[in-house]
Design a protein around this ligand. Structure first.
Ligand SMILES: Nc1ncnc2c1ncn2[C@@H]1O[C@H](COP(=O)(O)OP(=O)(O)O)[C@@H](O)[C@H]1O
Ligand SMILES: [Mg+2]
Length: 157
């Protein structure tokens, strides 16, 4: 059972004089669904970026299964264990649907001969049939563009 822990987490953007987050302590358990709610500007996106290792805390730390992010390879962590679905889809517009899904696996060292069939299978699992695999994101509906990203298996397949 994985746990993501925030320990005395503090964050302040550079060249500002106000803490966005101060002394945040919380443990997220795997298999549970959490909602972080607050008014605009209250620090939700900052918190998510810290949890994803996209920002480093000003003080305190983030730990995955008791291992501090400071001691982890964060690029590898994001490729293999956790991902963020941004409000914008951030698909590669010049790659087809199947290439968009295959690409992270290729970066992870999987040869094309393995990543492409895997990508095809994953797309089909989320309801995108083979006739759409070679379409560019612009030619898919908004729902179809975000579907594969909702399935975490795509990021660590
Ligand atoms: N790059 C930045 N530099 C300075 N201040 C920022 C930056 N990004 C966000 N902020 C400020 O940090 C606070 C929290 O922002 P954010 O985490 O985006 O809030 P939320 O996602 O809850 O709307 C806001 O006051 C915002 O203006
Ligand atoms: Mg936000």
């Amino acid at each position: 059972m994985s746990e993501l822990t925030l320990k005395n987490l503090m964050f302040r953007y550079k060249n500002t004089n106000q803490d966005v987050l101060s002394n945040v302590n919380f443990t997220f358990e795997s298999g549970k669904l959490y909602a972080i709610v607050g008014p605009s500007g209250s620090g939700k996106s900052t918190l998510l970026s810290l949890m994803a290792g996209l920002l480093s805390p000003t003080d305190g730390e983030v730990l995955l299964d008791d291992q501090s992010y400071k001691s982890l390879n964060l690029d590898q962590l994001r490729r293999e264990k956790l991902t963020v679905i941004f409000q914008a889809f951030h698909l590669f517009p010049l790659l087809t649907a199947i290439e968009n899904v295959s690409f992270p696996m290729e970066i992870n060292g999987l040869p094309l001969a393995e990543s492409m069939p895997k990508a095809a299978k994953l797309l089909e699992e989320v309801g995108i049939g083979s006739e759409k695999h070679r379409r560019y994101p612009a030619n898919l509906s908004g729902g179809e563009q975000v579907l594969p990203m909702k399935d975490k298996t795509l990021s660590n397949a």
